[in-house]
Design a protein around this ligand. Sequence first.
Ligand SMILES: C[S@@+](CC[C@H](N)C(=O)[O-])C[C@H]1O[C@@H](n2cnc3c(N)ncnc32)[C@H](O)[C@@H]1O
Length: 233
Amino acid sequence: MAGKLYGIGVGPGDTGLMTLRAKEVLEGCGVIAYPVKRIGEGSVALEIIKPVVDISEKSIEEFLFSMDPDDSVREKCREDNLNKMCRLLDNGEDIAMVTLGDVGVYSTYMYIDAEIKARGYETEVVPGIPSFCHGAAVAGIPLMIGNEGLAVVPVAKENSRLLENAMDNFDNIVVMKAFKAIGMICDMMRERDIPLDRATVVCNVGLEDEYVGPIVRDREYGYFTTVIIKKKG
Ligand SMILES: C[S@@+](CC[C@H](N)C(=O)[O-])C[C@H]1O[C@@H](n2cnc3c(N)ncnc32)[C@H](O)[C@@H]1O
């Protein structure tokens, strides 16, 4: 019988925020998989599970999802990954792919899930706590309250309109992948008369070097940086 593929959200950093379901599924799977953009870069998600899941007898599999600008290189990588996964599933292995935060929030896993399902295998998503939910909790702020809405948008060079629309139309905005865009976010807030103290930077929440505090334009923030803007304070 073929194995099953699981996408497991392990929360944003603190092992204590993993769900009981995530731990149970991870313990039952023979293969723990994680996606990387570069060979050998390791996985924060894998580190998160180690204190509570014994991985010593499990096969740990790295899956490279190349960010090469050449479409054919990226496509070959993807195809190789899917084939490798199918071989493991055909051998009866249950695979758990670990994902930082929640699986449904900008994770590579959901692409894989669709492809593997289309090839006739069983899959399951185990949700986790998204980084912005943990960040809001540490900051002691509600993400939305009463009738307010929330926009969650990523920063990318080609989509500053998306962020502008969110700032124009929502009371609360979560800006993901914000690490290189702090200046741009500050400018957009100023243009809209949104005081900068309405922004909270959530960096490495639940990890070493956690910073949850005011936005500082000239400060360097790492990749795990999210900004929560509450226009009504
Ligand atoms: C590819 S997305 C993954 C999101 C993740 N699935 C989640 O549920 O939060 C990467 C972005 O998530 C945010 N992120 C992930 N972990 C974080 C953490 N520990 N602290 C702050 N932001 C984090 C950052 O905005 C980062 O650029």
